[in-house]
Design a protein around this ligand. Sequence first.
Ligand SMILES: Cc1cc2nc3c(=O)[nH]c(=O)nc-3n(C[C@H](O)[C@H](O)[C@H](O)COP(=O)(O)OP(=O)(O)OC[C@H]3O[C@@H](n4cnc5c(N)ncnc54)[C@H](O)[C@@H]3O)c2cc1C
Ligand SMILES: *[C@@H]1O[C@H](CO)[C@@H](O)[C@H](O)[C@H]1NC(C)=O
Ligand SMILES: *[C@@H]1O[C@H](CO)[C@@H](O)[C@H](O)[C@H]1NC(C)=O
Ligand SMILES: *[C@@H]1O[C@H](CO)[C@@H](O)[C@H](O)[C@H]1NC(C)=O
Length: 600
Amino acid sequence: MLRTTSLILSLGSLLPLLPFTSAISGLLTDPSQINGQTFDYVVVGGGLGGLVVANRLSENPDTSVLVIEAGSDNRDDPRVYDPYKYSVAFGTELDWNWPSSQGRYIKGGKTLGGSTSINGLAQTRGSKAQYNSLSTFLNGDDGNGKWNWDGMYFGMLKSEGFSAPNNQQKQAGASSNPAYHNTSGPLQVTYPDGIYHGPQQQYFKTVVSTNFSVASSPDADDGNANVVAFHPNTMSWQDSDHRSSSATAYYTPVSERSNLAILSQHLATKIQFNGNKATGIEFGSSGDNTRYTVNAGKEVIVSAGAIQTPALLQLSGVGDPALLNSLGINVVANVTGVGKNLQEQTMNSVGWTPIDGFDFQGQGPSDVIAYPDLLGLTSSSNNDIAATISSNIGRYAQDAYDAGAVVSVEAANSIFAIQQDLMTKQNSGLVEAFFDSGFPNGGLGIDLWQLLPFSRGTVKITSTDPFTYPEVDPRYFSADVDLQIQTAGLRMARKIFQTAPLRSIVTEENAPGYDTVPEDGQGGNDDDWKNWILDGFSSVHHPIATCAMMSENLGGVVGSDLKVYNTENLRIVDASVLPIQFSAHLSATLYGLAENAADM
Ligand SMILES: Cc1cc2nc3c(=O)[nH]c(=O)nc-3n(C[C@H](O)[C@H](O)[C@H](O)COP(=O)(O)OP(=O)(O)OC[C@H]3O[C@@H](n4cnc5c(N)ncnc54)[C@H](O)[C@@H]3O)c2cc1C
Ligand SMILES: *[C@@H]1O[C@H](CO)[C@@H](O)[C@H](O)[C@H]1NC(C)=O
Ligand SMILES: *[C@@H]1O[C@H](CO)[C@@H](O)[C@H](O)[C@H]1NC(C)=O
Ligand SMILES: *[C@@H]1O[C@H](CO)[C@@H](O)[C@H](O)[C@H]1NC(C)=O
């Protein structure tokens, strides 16, 4: 009784404050409903960053929020909700599939939920030192305690709705420590009902921890990530193993809010400015030259991901004047770092054929991952990675500058010094060894990628047509230590399969195979590995840093408040602001970053 009364009272006192735009809500596709309207916040991109921010901002009923998403709502499409259909969405209308250099394509979700609607569901956190380095890129400014381990851990916990492994998942090897998890956040994080019960995952963990100087951990979410462990997935076994995406976790439960609208199937084509103050967004749909506008009463927040965010800024006159001038675009703000510092990882998979009749005993997704650090990686290889880095770092900086991928040699030297410290002194995982049941060639495999490339690349628009994809050049392997680390990791992957008890459940290597990379007793020679790597590597689909959160002298685009330098009312919340890769998949870190952003 009391409660009802106070509810009525508080609603009554709020009513006169509701903005008139609150009538516009729900999931819309008709642009005329939005054209000319005003929302407090206009968010570009309904992916990971965009939907976290839209959810949290619209918690306040007085705040109106619009999200503009290029893709459609495909939450009820099995290619999206069913993790066993991983990769079926690739190359379809659900995937941006940006061409990049060296013939490699970078995938990204073009659908509500963005890349979290098509990704591999691995939920992993990086290491403490890596989160602490975020403030080092900002000359020590940790954004009031947000950009360090404690602050990011807090944000990551806020997003997490963890379910500890049940008995059948524990029997299959899964384990967790409740101290490092939150059970009541929106994102469903747990282990698959279809978890593999065959011996393969536990054998991999045993071999890596027994023979390769990589510690085994019961739960790697505590900030000590350079271990081998079972990791959870962004899914729900209580809900038939369906995917938990930023759309299902952060939009579905609040889709009835009268102050939250999403316009799908429309591309933001330009940020509108009055001077250097962002005032709204121009948008349209492909194959149609009509442009509409919507006004932002408070702020424009760009969350279009690490490829499209720098492109939208450039189209809008925010970027390097040299590029903008060459396309005849009026310079609104000179921010030379836009589209620079691109970092992408490179993957190759070692595959072995299981023995006759071997049964994976489950459907997956796979859960066991090793993140060997310098010590772990060099335990199985003579490669002196630390020496290569220290003797070439100046050359990498000059090369990145010559390629237009950093703002100055000085900036690159400073950035690379932080990275070198993380890699050679702070035990960051240097490669990811993702143990895979069913891939490649339907057998057992290790998907292997160099986590922390020194190669730096660019994203640049080549046209003033917003529907034309930007040119994406990660400059894969332009720093030779990246190839050296990739080689050391693959050699380690081969040796892992050669070691008992894993060896007892496989017959022979089918990728690359001993014909392609002959076994010489040392795991194969560098030249053979190099040829195979360069021929067959793919992108890991983890692009970052094209609008990095760094100080201006390093070529940063946003400061610790995520506001774009030399502009007003414009923020970025997505993977483009991460200044450096983490020894982890990206989404756990980005959910934490977006929660922290919404808190501002
Ligand atoms: C194939 C694949 C597998 C992956 N596997 C994993 C994994 O297993 N674990 C993990 O943690 N991470 C994984 N990731 C990475 C992770 O999903 C992404 O890093 C993360 O989703 C990026 O978040 P974001 O907010 O930057 O962009 P996104 O989540 O990609 O969201 C960007 C959104 O903006 C929209 N958009 C772009 N431009 C415009 C525009 N101009 N106007 C309107 N809308 C626009 C896009 O359509 C998209 O919906 C994977 C990614 C891919 C692609
Ligand atoms: C768990 O998540 C809820 C919802 O996001 C949040 O309110 C709470 O503070 C989180 N708990 C911890 C320990 O972070
Ligand atoms: C792996 O380690 C175990 C335990 O130390 C040892 O018995 C075994 O010989 C090692 N295997 C190889 C291939 O070195
Ligand atoms: C843009 O800014 C950079 C430094 O931030 C400066 O060196 C450059 O001269 C500026 N360019 C123009 C055209 O103002």
